[in-house]
Design a protein around this ligand. Structure first.
Ligand code: HEC
Ligand code: HEC
Ligand code: HEC
Ligand code: HEC
Ligand code: HEC
Ligand code: HEC
Ligand code: HEC
Ligand code: HEC
Ligand code: HEC
Ligand code: HEC
Ligand code: HEC
Ligand code: HEC
Length: 302
């Protein structure tokens, strides 16, 4: 019985399948007849090469497809912050709908920086308010309060070498950060036509009374005050005319050179012992008489 039942059941199943197949075949034929050859409603060629690699981390330009303004900003003014955005941003959290729009966690400066300006300068964003443009200081940056924390050596110079500049507040001269004023804003040159660049050759800005200069300082710069000496030297015929003021009066104002430092002791020891002062005979260092009387060892000179 069971068998008969089975057979009957089997036959029925076969018939059902045949019927389904028939429907499928006919309907298939019908479909094929309606849209011959097309498997999709659009034409998109497969591009397996797009799947040849493993997924890579997004780079800044990828982020920039959706955040073009931030990308531009970092690109143009990010300075040394131009590294992968993800170093600062936790990307999954940034894109969690529950935390976006200002609530996404922001990186702390301290996670990468110590206190580069010393222990007292702490609130980084008071000055570097925009992490995408770290070099741009906030307009309200309270830097005047802190000049000394960062430029201690300048304060030391002003305090050690007291001058009238010591009492002038930093910002009277430095009207914005990094701006270096011209001496001519407040002073006239010693001589008409004297250029600004010469001022600093003699006066360090923060210790202007410590007049110091290099060997290459033009003698005219000394001549602006020592007109008489300059004229004597300039009109003279001696070989000292080839030696500039700054070569003899080396490094700092009012320094008096020793003849021996350049000439040694050219005459006999007895001679030098007897006449220790060279200018007794050579008279004027700025215009040495060209031919002093010939020295005769036996003669008493001059
Ligand atoms: C497919 C577009 C898309 C890409 C790619 C994308 N983002 Fe976003 N991102 C968004 C959207 C949309 C928001 C939410 C809206 C908003 O706040 O601007 C968002 C939000 C953010 C936020 C939070 C903003 C806030 O106000 O808190 C940060 C940070 C961020 N994205 C960084 C990145 C970084 C970094 C990358 C690259 C690694 C990146 N995104 C890639 C679309 C994108
Ligand atoms: C040095 C760390 C740092 C880097 C690098 C950085 N960000 Fe940011 N980003 C921040 C901080 C901090 C904030 C929050 C600023 C705020 O709250 O004013 C922020 C804010 C954002 C915001 C939301 C506010 C806005 O300005 O729209 C987006 C979006 C964003 N960053 C995307 C990026 C993308 C994209 C990159 C890379 C091209 C990037 N960031 C690189 C630190 C960084
Ligand atoms: C993911 C690490 C990271 C974070 C977070 C970070 N920085 Fe930086 N920052 C750096 C690195 C690295 C440099 C480059 C240092 C170098 O070259 O010596 C740098 C450089 C800078 C510079 C000098 C920029 C230049 O180009 O001259 C400033 C200013 C600065 N960071 C301020 C900040 C401030 C403010 C914050 C917090 C809002 C911050 N940074 C957060 C890593 C970071
Ligand atoms: C009172 C304002 C102020 C504060 C607060 C401040 N900075 Fe600065 N920072 C400056 C100034 C001004 C510069 C020099 C900018 C320039 O080159 O003109 C600077 C430069 C830097 C530089 C580049 C230095 C170099 O030698 O290249 C880094 C890095 C930096 N700051 C990080 C920080 C960090 C981190 C903090 C917080 C701990 C911080 N700053 C707090 C004003 C500030
Ligand atoms: C937070 C630290 C910081 C503060 C505060 C600060 N500076 Fe600076 N300053 C710097 C750094 C860093 C530089 C650039 C690096 C350098 O050249 O020493 C700089 C550069 C300068 C320069 C240009 C140096 C050059 O050789 O071109 C001047 C001028 C200057 N600062 C004056 C000031 C004055 C004036 C103040 C106070 C009103 C001040 N700074 C406050 C850190 C600071
Ligand atoms: C009388 C005007 C004047 C005053 C006051 C003054 N400075 Fe200057 N400072 C200058 C000039 C001019 C320069 C440019 C010097 C150069 O180019 O060698 C300069 C250069 C600097 C520099 C860069 C070169 C260096 O010597 O490090 C810093 C930093 C600086 N000043 C900080 C300060 C600070 C901080 C104060 C206050 C404590 C201050 N200055 C007061 C005129 C002044
Ligand atoms: C913002 C104005 C200002 C600037 C810029 C300035 N000075 Fe002065 N300087 C002064 C004032 C004010 C005095 C005091 C004048 C007085 O009392 O007669 C002074 C005094 C001096 C003195 C005499 C110092 C003393 O103690 O006797 C010298 C030298 C000097 N300045 C040189 C310079 C040089 C060089 C520069 C450029 C590097 C310069 N100054 C830039 C304002 C300025
Ligand atoms: C050759 C070096 C030299 C040069 C260059 C120079 N000075 Fe002087 N300056 C001096 C000497 C020296 C003094 C006087 C110091 C003394 O009395 O001991 C002086 C004094 C000053 C004084 C104090 C007031 C006065 O007139 O006695 C000011 C201000 C001054 N110079 C500004 C300037 C300026 C501005 C420049 C650039 C045009 C400049 N100096 C170029 C050497 C120089
Ligand atoms: C701004 C004017 C000025 C400039 C520029 C100047 N001097 Fe003087 N110099 C003086 C004054 C003022 C004295 C003091 C005169 C006195 O005491 O009779 C002096 C004195 C001297 C003395 C004498 C020191 C002594 O003990 O007798 C020498 C040397 C001297 N200057 C050399 C120079 C040289 C070299 C230069 C160029 C590098 C120079 N001076 C630039 C104003 C200047
Ligand atoms: C900075 C070095 C220097 C100093 C200091 C110096 N001289 Fe000279 N002197 C020279 C040079 C360079 C010549 C030229 C040598 C040559 O061309 O053979 C010279 C030449 C001379 C001559 C030869 C003069 C001529 O016109 O034929 C005499 C004399 C002389 N010096 C004496 C002195 C006396 C005296 C002193 C001190 C009061 C002195 N010198 C200081 C560098 C110096
Ligand atoms: C060869 C070296 C030498 C040269 C070059 C030289 N001097 Fe002298 N100068 C001296 C010596 C040495 C003295 C000291 C003379 C004395 O003891 O009587 C002196 C003294 C001075 C004095 C103070 C005494 C006086 O004569 O008023 C002044 C000012 C002076 N020199 C300025 C200048 C100037 C300005 C120049 C350039 C035009 C210059 N000197 C070039 C070596 C030199
Ligand atoms: C007693 C006088 C006298 C004294 C002091 C004296 N000289 Fe002379 N010096 C002379 C005479 C004279 C000549 C010329 C000799 C000649 O042409 O042979 C001369 C020549 C020189 C010459 C040029 C030498 C040459 O070969 O062209 C130099 C350099 C010189 N002296 C340097 C000095 C120095 C430096 C001192 C001090 C240490 C000094 N003199 C002291 C008298 C003196």
């Amino acid at each position: 019985m069971g068998y008969g039942g089975f057979h009957t059941g089997q036959t029925r199943l076969v018939m059902h399948m045949a019927a389904i197949l028939t429907i499928l075949i006919f309907s298939g034929t019908a479909l094929a007849a309606a849209k011959p050859g097309k498997a999709a409603t659009v034409a998109i060629p497969t591009a397996p090469e797009l799947y040849s690699g493993e997924p890579q981390p997004l780079n800044p330009s990828h982020c920039g497809t959706c955040h073009p303004t931030v990308y531009r900003t970092v690109k143009d003014n990010g300075a040394r912050h131009r590294f992968a955005c993800q170093k600062c941003h936790n990307v999954p959290e940034s894109h969690n709908p529950a935390t976006v729009s200002g609530k996404a966690p922001k990186p702390k400066c301290a996670s990468c920086h110590d206190r580069p300006h010393g222990q007292k300068v702490i609130m980084c964003t008071e000055c570097h308010s925009l992490p995408h443009t770290p070099q741009k200081l906030s307009k309200k940056a309270p830097i005047t309060k802190f000049c000394f924390e960062c430029h201690g050596s300048v304060r030391d110079k002003l305090a050690t070498f007291v001058s009238k500049h010591t009492k002038i507040p930093c910002i009277t001269c430095h009207t914005s950060h990094g701006f270096k004023p011209s001496c001519f804003t407040c002073h006239k040159p010693h001589q008409q036509g004297q250029s600004l660049s010469t001022c600093l050759a003699c006066h360090p800005a923060h210790m202007p009374r410590q007049v110091q200069y290099g060997k290459d300082l033009p003698s005219e710069a000394c001549g602006s005050c020592h007109a008489k000496t300059f004229a004597t030297w300039n009109k003279g015929l001696s070989k000292h005319k080839k030696v500039s003021c700054a070569t003899c009066h080396k490094d700092r104002h009012r320094m008096i050179p020793d003849c021996i430092s350049c000439h040694g002791k050219p005459h006999t020891p007895t001679h030098h012992n007897r006449f220790p002062r060279c200018l007794t005979c050579h008279i004027d260092v700025h215009d040495i008489p060209v031919m002093p009387p010939k020295l005769n060892q036996k003669e008493k000179p001059l």
